[in-house]
Design a protein around this ligand. Structure first.
Ligand SMILES: CC[C@H](C(=O)O)C(=O)SCCNC(=O)CCNC(=O)[C@H](O)C(C)(C)COP(=O)(O)OP(=O)(O)OC[C@H]1O[C@@H](n2cnc3c(N)ncnc32)[C@H](O)[C@@H]1OP(=O)(O)O
Length: 374
């Protein structure tokens, strides 16, 4: 039965007044829109690839990956500014594509299963200096993300099957992203609302602009987080704070976010969250972040592909990518039950001991000066 959007199909129990007071009218199963796009409802257990392709046809905007090989930082840009970078179905599919690409770049692509800590086997595959060590998730036009694109929801995805598909794909994508053996930072400007707030929890760290606002609005919509955000938020800030943020839907300022441990840093007065995130990441990347700052500023292009060879300034010494990736693997392996986590840590250690970076470090003469606190 093909229903057309109109008030007479409005089903009171699904009517919800959204945070920007746009009523959402429910329509029934098969959808057509003015663009005669048919959103196919597919079986619950359909391959995730089918779900991704089904969603790809919905809505606009884009998610863009760029890699800066000079600074070893990758950037994922949520780009849907006319809708506050909210996620359309197309953007959900593109984010999944990008996580595929990053997994291939940093993991042994033979059978990587990024949804489980055991499934993530980091490798160093390209020349050390080119290897990506960190990734920043950020939004266009000075805002982070307003969650799910509600115009897509209204037009195509208010059925149980639509919600199930969308949630299944986003759970998979954000779990794989969270498990990537890269150090990830959410650079939050403006708003991170609903699924946008959930997206920040999929990163290892959060750097907020001093005016940024974070809000888990799901309770106002008669639901709970649909992208894994409640689970990750609870691990981040503890049960008490998580339940308060989710249950009251209170707006979290940058200061409050820092106070409860949700945010790791607030951008300094005259700095964007993106620039502050690059400096934050540089502490993981460069052996001496302070002295690497001029190089970082010269080459960090906010996500433009910067592979221009600049002979005048070879990159400052960086931590071996395999060591950083191994450390991330050890941390996510703590999700494994019992002794499995320790076993994974030992496996990573053995895989690195005696490797090129370890041999180079061991052969360096010890020097107490390098342990002086700056
Ligand atoms: C699991 C995911 C979860 C779920 O599915 O339950 C969700 O994420 S549901 C979505 C939750 N997000 C929201 O409720 C945020 C709604 N938006 C707002 O509260 C405001 O737009 C805000 C605070 C983000 C920005 O307010 P501001 O006054 O600065 O701008 P406008 O409200 O005028 O918005 C500008 C422009 O963007 C469109 N917009 C904003 N958010 C969304 C969205 N989530 N989906 C689609 N479109 C969105 C808004 O309609 C305006 O467009 P215009 O054509 O100019 O009216």
């Amino acid at each position: 039965m093909v229903a057309h959007r109109s008030a007479k199909y409005f089903i009171p129990m699904l009517h919800t007044r959204l945070t920007y007071s746009r009523p959402v009218f429910a329509i029934s199963r098969q959808y057509t829109t003015t663009k005669t796009t048919i959103f196919r409802e597919i079986p619950e257990d359909a391959p995730l690839r089918d779900v991704r392709e089904n969603l790809r046809q919905l809505g606009g905007g884009s998610v863009e990956l760029t890699m800066n090989h000079r600074t070893s930082i990758a950037y994922i840009l949520l780009n849907n500014p006319s809708k506050k970078n909210s996620f359309s179905g197309k953007m959900m599919a593109e984010l999944a594509d990008i996580v595929d690409a990053l997994e291939k770049h940093v993991c042994d692509s033979e059978g990587v299963d990024g949804t489980t800590p055991e499934g993530v086997k980091a490798v160093v595959k390209t020349k050390e200096q080119e290897d990506i060590r960190g990734v920043i998730l950020h939004g266009a036009s000075e805002t982070f993300c307003a969650g799910f694109d509600l115009s897509v929801a209204r037009s195509h995805m208010l059925s149980k099957a639509g919600g199930q598909q969308m949630s299944r794909l986003m759970h998979n994508t954000f779990t794989r992203f969270h498990n990537l053996p890269l150090v990830s930072v959410a650079a939050v400007e403006g708003y991170a609302i609903g699924g946008g707030a959930e997206a920040t929890t999929a990163c290892d760290f959060r750097v907020l602009h001093r005016d940024a606002l974070v809000r888990f609005v799901h309770a106002n919509m008669g639901i709970v987080p649909g992208w894994g955000g409640a689970n990750r938020l609870t691990r981040l800030v503890g049960r008490r704070n998580a339940l308060r943020l989710l249950g009251t839907t209170e707006i979290l300022s940058a200061e409050q976010a820092l106070e409860i441990g949700f945010a790791d840093e607030i951008a300094s007065e005259d700095e964007s969250a993106l620039a502050s995130s690059e400096i934050f990441l540089s502490r993981f990347i460069f052996e001496d972040p302070e002295s690497a700052l001029p190089y970082l500023k010269q080459h960090s292009s906010g996500g433009l592909n910067s592979t221009t060879e600049d002979a005048s300034s070879p990159p400052p010494p960086m931590h071996a990518p395999e060591s950083l990736r191994g450390l991330k693997q050890c941390v996510i392996a703590t999700d494994l039950e019992g002794a499995k986590g320790l076993a994974e840590e030992r496996r990573v250690f053995v895989s690195l001991w005696g490797g090129p970076a370890n041999l180079a470090a061991v052969s360096r003469p010890p020097s107490k000066s390098k342990h002086r606190k700056k």
